[in-house]
Design a binder for this molecule. Structure first.
Ligand code: GDP
Ligand code: IMO
Ligand code: MG
Length: 427
């Protein structure tokens, strides 16, 4: 059985953690392929709620091997505290595998992320302040520190010194901060290295061997399609590729091995941080979506911006990811609205536009063209089959499916693992 990719179809927080956890029991490996602890994936198992940032959500399924691929950026102190937090709750984390090629988020890059945002003022991106952008910048600039560097003190020292030579100029001369001392950074990283050594492995080899043996591998994306550095709403994006191609570069598994690409799609839209958002609501409906949907960031605690479903975005996600399926989440949150508007196209400078415009300027000018769908008032949280949904909820889902360009194979009707309507099986 080849590999599956599960990724966010909108601006993140679509419910990837829940969907991954649901599949976790039927797959052999769950692999994070990009991003870092900017992610916040919530998993609810029975009465237990877990907020995972760096660890793949498969870590909660005992049979599953969780993997952090080479495309991820790792803050070792966050990793260690997440592991110990799970251990204290009785979760066995000993099977975790970490790529030696993954890059390390150093303390100086967390500092650079925060001071850069402060410096940008009104023009800020609204990052999570976790050092993601500067760490990927170092990677591309070939001045990054990789996991494997933590096991060669001399190389590590050279790399940290070289990186700090530039960063310290920036910190002291531009941002008016104190310089960071290389020796202390190296010492800390060496200690972290020892503490994570047991997990470090050639994950590319392991995953390819597993696929050759017909094992099931699930790639779990962080963030979402519109936060992709290439395909998202640049510059209001993250610094990695959450889109499907990122699963290949971020793990070393070729595209021919991937058979399914599942887009996690919220039944409405949310966004955290700055940037354009055509269907954003500034009224009571927006407030109600936030309240009923519990739309508050898992990582930063910021209120999420909320708006109606945007079909051009879903179609775009289908296109750039080659989606084979959607997992529609949070349909239950829409219960109780008399009418549910759906953005079916945009009006840009007086013209109707059906697809997401490639021009940033046009997207900033995009006004949603809405079609109203009749709502439902029945509680749907106990529904187990599509047929059990009220007529209007079924019509809403069918309309979204038609507009979005891929079959909706599962529907979330609550945060719990079992609060899901499975229509087509994923594995
Ligand atoms: P992720 O980053 O994509 O994993 O999503 P988050 O965990 O940041 O945000 C999704 C939130 O919605 C979490 O609080 C989930 O527990 C919750 N959730 C996921 N699916 C559903 C659903 O179908 N219905 C409801 N009501 N909540 C859901
Ligand atoms: P999950 O995996 C929602 C957003 C930030 C900011 C932008 C850049 O839980 O869906 P960064 O710190 O990555 O440089 O910030 O991206 N962002 C997310 N928004 N969900 C996430 O992750 C996000 N990770 C980053 O708010 O706008
Ligand atoms: Mg999240």
């Amino acid at each position: 059985m080849p590999a599956l990719v599960l990724l966010g179809a909108q601006w993140g927080d679509e419910g990837k953690g829940k969907a991954t956890d649901l599949l976790g029991g039927s797959v052999d490996y769950v692999v994070r392929y990009q991003g870092g602890n900017n992610a916040g994936h919530t998993v609810v198992v029975g009465d237990q709620k877990y907020a995972l940032h760096l660890l793949p959500s498969g870590i909660l399924s005992p049979e599953c091997t969780p993997v952090i691929g080479n495309g991820v950026v790792i803050d070792p102190s966050v990793l260690l505290s997440e592991l110990s937090g799970l251990n204290e709750r009785g979760v066995d984390t000993s099977k975790l595998l970490i790529s030696g090629n993954a890059h390390i988020i150093t303390t100086y890059n967390v500092t650079v992320d925060k001071v850069t945002e402060r410096f940008l003022g009104k023009r800020k991106i609204g990052t999570t302040g976790r050092g993601i952008g500067p760490t990927y910048a170092d990677k591309i600039n070939r001045t990054g520190i990789r996991v494997q560097d933590l096991y060669d003190e001399s190389i590590l020292t050279q790399k940290v010194e070289a990186a700090l030579e530039i960063k310290n100029q920036l910190l002291t001369k531009l941002y008016n901060r104190r310089a960071i001392e290389a020796g202390q950074v190296v010492e800390e990283l060496l200690t972290h290295g020892e503490n994570i050594k047991q997990y470090v492995a050639d994950t590319t080899l392991i995953l390819n061997n597993a696929l050759d043996e017909d094992k099931v591998v699930l790639f779990e994306g962080g963030q979402g399609t519109l936060l992709d550095v290439d395909h998202g709403t640049y510059p209001f994006v993250t610094s990695s590729n959450p889109t499907a191609g990122g699963a290949c570069t971020g793990t070393g598994v070729g595209p021919t091995k991937i058979s399914r690409v599942i887009g996690i799609l919220k039944a409405y839209t949310t966004r955290v941080g700055a940037g354009p958002f055509p269907t954003e609501l500034f009224d009571e409906d927006g407030e109600a979506l936030r309240r009923i949907g519990g739309e508050r960031g898992v990582t930063t605690g910021r209120d999420r911006r909320c708006g109606w479903f945007d079909a051009p975005i879903a179609r775009y996600a289908t296109r750039v990811n080659g989606l084979t399926d959607f997992f529609l989440t949070k349909l239950d949150v829409l219960t109780g609205w008399e009418q549910i508007p759906v953005c079916v196209a945009y009006e840009i400078d007086g013209k109707r536009v059906e697809e997401l415009p490639y021009s940033q300027t046009d997207f900033h000018h995009a006004k949603p063209v809405y079609e109203n769908f009749p709502g439902w008032s029945e509680d749907i949280s106990k529904a187990k089959t599509f047929d059990e949904l009220p007529k209007n909820a079924k019509a809403y889902v069918k309309a979204l499916e038609e507009m979005s360009g891929a079959p909706i194979s599962a529907i979330g009707v609550g945060p719990g693992r079992t609060e899901t309507i499975e229509i087509n099986s994923f594995i």
